[in-house]
Ligand binder design. Structure first.
Ligand code: GRF
Length: 216
């Protein structure tokens, strides 16, 4: 039986992905322990979700720090106090410094609402619709210094319907996010998932560049 996996979650907003993790990992024999939820915004609703689940919360606002590097140093110290095996970005709306990303190399995951490498950055649902794409989706990836560009772990695709709006599409993509993010974290906790110098490995086998792809 692998050792428990301490997870620290960083967020800035709603926290529906955090809620999916709470729901998935709350049972007593789960390997994943959500040790803390840290936000750069004191008003993030995700903090309430964490508190309601009895999870420790911290707020670290960037005001008062001289630049990104100083803030990220303080953030690392805060995170490391919880001795995480894994750090999960779940709607954490800050660009992270190269030093931060290197410090958590191979143990920092992010979820992004598109089928990467398509649509890095913001407004992904609108951009997929405007491009006339037949499908859209979401991706979990290891974080590297390239924004939304790290090695892919798992993607879930959703079909785009003619009547979709950015909002209807976002809802279906979100439902898939809530499925694949806990899945990837669970793989990591079980020791099945890792980042090696040659790429992402699942169950001892290299994953393709697209990661593990789940289709509707
Ligand atoms: C999600 O769409 C995720 O893909 C992106 O930020 C959003 C967070 O949503 N990185 P929530 O706060 O988990 O509801």
């Amino acid at each position: 039986m692998p050792a428990p996996c301490n997870l620290v979650v960083l967020l800035s907003g709603t926290g529906s992905n955090l809620q999916a993790m709470i729901d998935q990992f709350r049972h007593a024999d789960s390997l994943v322990r959500i040790r803390a939820v840290i936000s750069n915004r004191a008003d993030a609703p995700g903090l309430v979700r964490a508190a309601n689940a009895g999870i420790e919360t911290r707020v670290l606002e960037h005001a008062g720090y001289q630049g990104r590097g100083a803030f990220d140093e303080a953030l690392m110290a805060l995170i490391d106090g919880f001795e995480p095996s894994l750090v999960a970005l779940a709607g954490f709306m800050r660009i992270l410094s190269p030093g931060f990303v290197r410090h958590y190399h191979g143990r920092l995951l992010n979820i992004h609402p598109s089928l990467l490498p398509r649509y890095k950055g913001l407004h992904t649902h609108r951009r997929a619709l405007e491009a006339g794409d037949a499908e859209h989706g979401c991706s979990v990836h290891f974080v590297t210094e390239e924004l939304d560009g790290g090695p892919l772990v798992v993607q879930a695709a959703v079909a785009i319907a003619a009547e979709d709006t950015p909002d209807t599409l976002a809802q279906r993509v979100h439902a898939q996010e809530h499925r694949i993010y806990p899945l990837a974290i669970d793989w990591f906790a079980q020791g099945r998932l890792g980042l090696t110098p040659t790429g992402v490995v699942l169950d001892g086998h290299p994953l393709p560049a697209s990661g593990h792809l789940i289709r509707p």
